[in-house]
Design a protein around this ligand. Structure first.
Ligand code: 13P
Ligand code: SF4
Length: 319
């Protein structure tokens, strides 16, 4: 609803109109990850997985990038596009994987393995990126691992579940950092089996951050964009059990309204613990306020930015 003009009526400003007006006046681009609330996905200029959003941030000529995602994603946008103002609606929107790998401890791990290549999942801090030889996302991780010379040891950080899956996919032995995603580790095998019994024709699709006991059931494993593509285009099924954060269902349902998407629940029925509490910190009000105030803003020392850019650039150069 737009601003009311009836005499005596209270003035109501529609928050979507406010955001649009601020986006125009600030010459801002709004990027949103698939795990954001549907309203946020719908107002974004670009939605995507980590890699697609990093590329959108790198390539934009907008003056302001408002990143509706978590901190490591907005930080990556700043590393790739330092001349823009990069905003995040809530500075506390972190990530359990990034938190599991403090740069000081990763530096010690690396020093204990001279000659090894450190490959870091993009879900890490700029400090960890700066220590890394190359970065990967769940979309390109297999290709990145395959680019490491066969005789070089690989340290993989911080997601042990993605790491284990990559060992299976590539046949490469890797030493794994013991991090995990609080959301993907909450999915219940028992509930998955229950859903499969009730929907025997359904295909199971999982993000590689899921634990190995869940991945055993998966018909398709991939990044959020890969899950979206498979679930909306395969001719092999019309019902899907979705083993990732349920925010992705919004795009699945929009793209294929005649298909059924069943979110995998967590072990505890009493909480929405299959939703990422960090991603869900972002709200329409915080988006409006960030565009209005040009805060909270991602900043970092230039030497850290340049050191973390090099392994990101190596990833981008792999195509
Ligand atoms: P994607 O790159 O597959 O979107 O993954 C991001 C993420 O944080 C998954 O939990
Ligand atoms: Fe991090 Fe997990 Fe949230 Fe993704 S879903 S941002 S990995 S905590």
């Amino acid at each position: 609803m737009s601003a009311q003009t009836l005499p005596g009526a209270p003035v109501e400003i529609d928050i979507f109109d406010e955001i649009d007006e601020l986006r125009r006046s600030r010459n801002a681009v709004i990027l949103a990850h698939y795990y954001q609330d549907p309203d946020i996905q719908d107002l974004a200029d670009h939605i995507g997985d980590s890699l697609q959003l990093a590329k959108a941030a790198r390539d934009t000529d907008a003056d302001v990038i408002l990143f509706c995602g978590v901190h490591f994603m907005a930080e990556t946008a700043k590393i790739l596009n330092p001349d823009r103002i990069v905003l995040i609606p809530d500075m506390k929107a972190g990530c359990s994987l990034a938190d599991a790998a403090p740069a000081k401890r990763v530096a010690k791990w690396k020093a204990d393995h001279p000659g090894a290549a450190l490959v870091s999942y993009i879900n890490c801090s700029a400090g960890v990126k700066a220590l890394s030889d190359v970065i990967c996302t769940s979309s390109n991780a297999v290709r990145v691992i395959e680019s490491i010379p066969a005789d070089q040891q690989i340290l993989f950080c911080p997601d042990k579940n993605l790491g284990r899956w990559l060992i299976q996919q590539t046949g490469r032995d890797m030493e794994l950092w013991p991090g995990s995603c609080i959301v993907h580790e909450t999915f219940s095998e028992e509930k998955l089996v229950g859903l499969k019994i009730r929907h025997p024709d359904a295909k199971v699709i999982c993000h590689p951050e899921c634990e190995p006991n869940l991945l055993r059931y998966a018909d398709h494993i991939g990044s959020t964009s890969s899950l979206l593509k498979y679930a909306t285009t395969t001719q092999d099924a019309t019902t899907f059990i979705v083993g990732t954060e349920p925010g992705i269902l919004h795009q699945m349902e929009k793209a294929a309204p005649d298909r059924t998407f069943l979110p995998l629940p967590g072990m505890d029925e009493t909480c929405a613990c299959n939703e990422c509490p960090h991603m869900r910190r972002n709200t329409l009000e915080k988006i409006r306020d960030a565009l209005r105030d040009l805060q909270p803003r991602i900043e970092m020392p230039e030497d850290l930015r340049l050191a973390s850019l090099a392994p990101l650039q190596r990833m981008m150069d792999l195509g």
